[in-house]
Design a protein around this ligand. Structure first.
Ligand SMILES: NC(=O)c1ccc[n+]([C@@H]2O[C@H](COP(=O)([O-])OP(=O)(O)OC[C@H]3O[C@@H](n4cnc5c(N)ncnc54)[C@H](O)[C@@H]3O)[C@@H](O)[C@H]2O)c1
Length: 346
């Protein structure tokens, strides 16, 4: 008996679209990238030729209306995600959507409503949950290895800021960058956050301030189960991508280190040195991008529940909005306060 191969359409052939296209083409045997669309046709053609994708669509609707396509990956800019999710759900496609769905909870709710109505699968691209280091930390918490968790620290610093044009449309540091850490905090602790206090500054590039954003931030999280957490973000770390966590529990602690391209150390009379950590998300999180997509493909083919879904996407955005409000009003903000206000506006 031949196994079903999932036919996938990709929307958006930029940085992350390329990563997913390559993984589907060369690392995931149960799915193939059947078509790709981008408003920049040359970008789509380039990815198609490198990833042996037979069809380049000029318009997203060519993918969405094609009955041979089972699932779509939404890899276009954030402001397109909610509308594309709605169109894809109405067309009966299973959906993998990059983070975040949108910057507005009201729009997220509309999109998730359509997903529910259409009974299609929806996974959000919180790839870090699939990283081996963080999976091990989660396992230590869920199997009680370090007892009851009390303190969580997340360090999440980029090697350098993105282009100013990206910053202008990103929704700001909390919605663009810290969003991964908000999801990571919930995932690792296995509980919800009650209150957020966020502070931040521009310490790296005044152009970031002109664009209305921050480049340095510190966030304090109070979980409903009593755990206290911090998230430490910077858009620039001179030594490269810095991604670490630590949890202190009643019976001990668990911590993860950065990942490196090699384990060599050079010892001399003046210093012991090693090479810098893997430079950015495409290198550091390579395996997690494969594993998250494999999980999506398996869940669709076997009609199983997804490991990270619409509600996870919504809560992380609510946390980001609470952080932004906390920074602007210089006070702790309850996540439910933000979610409630947005619900009233919807
Ligand atoms: N999970 C992660 O770690 C991760 C990493 C990077 C980006 N992202 C997310 O992925 C999304 C894309 O980010 P990126 O860095 O790849 O951006 P990018 O600018 O590199 O690529 C976006 C691509 O989408 C195309 N595009 C624009 N509008 C479109 C439309 N209406 N239909 C089809 N294509 C369209 C652009 O031409 C471009 O090629 C963002 O939402 C971002 O937050 C997630």
């Amino acid at each position: 008996m031949t196994e079903k191969i999932l036919q996938v359409g990709i929307i958006g052939a930029g940085r992350i679209g390329k990563v997913h296209a390559e993984n589907l083409a060369f690392r995931i045997s149960e799915a193939i990238p059947a078509a790709i669309a981008d408003v920049n046709e040359a970008a789509a053609r380039d990815v198609a030729s490198r990833c042996r994708i037979s069809r380049v669509a000029r318009d997203n609707s060519e993918i969405l209306q094609d009955p041979s396509i089972d699932a779509v990956l939404i890899c276009s800019p954030t402001e397109t995600h909610a509308d594309l999710t709605i169109q894809a759900a109405r067309a009966g496609k299973h959906i993998f959507c990059e983070k975040p769905i949108d910057h507005s909870l009201a729009k997220i709710d509309l999109a998730l409503e359509e997903v529910k109505k259409a009974r299609v699968k929806f996974q959000i691209g919180f790839n870090r949950r699939f990283d081996a280091n963080y999976s091990r930390v989660r396992a230590a918490i869920s199997n009680g290895e370090i007892g009851v968790p009390n303190l969580l620290h997340i360090i999440s610093r980029d090697p350098g800021p993105p282009p100013i044009a990206y910053i202008k449309t990103s929704g700001g540091i909390f919605l663009d960058m810290t969003i991964h850490d908000f999801d990571m905090a919930r995932f690792l602790v296995g509980g919800e956050v009650d209150t957020i206090y966020a502070t931040g500054a521009v310490r790296i590039d005044p152009a970031i301030e002109k664009a209305g954003d921050l480049d340095t931030a510190l966030v304090v999280l109070h979980f409903k189960n009593g755990v206290i957490g911090t998230i430490d973000n910077s858009r620039q770390a001179a030594y490269g991508y810095d991604q670490r966590v630590e949890i202190l529990g009643s019976k001990g602690a668990i911590a993860t280190e950065n990942r490196y391209s090699n384990t060599a150390t050079i010892s001399t009379a003046s210093a012991i040195q090693r090479d810098l950590p893997l430079n950015f998300f495409m290198d550091r999180y390579t395996e997690s991008f494969v594993t998250e997509l494999q999980a999506f493909v398996h869940a669709v083919l076997q009609d199983k529940p997804l490991p990270v879904g619409g509600m996870d996407a919504r809560i992380a955005v609510a946390m980001a909005l609470a952080a932004r409000q906390s920074f602007e009003e210089r006070r702790p903000v309850r996540v439910e306060e933000v979610a409630h206000i947005e619900a009233q506006l919807a």
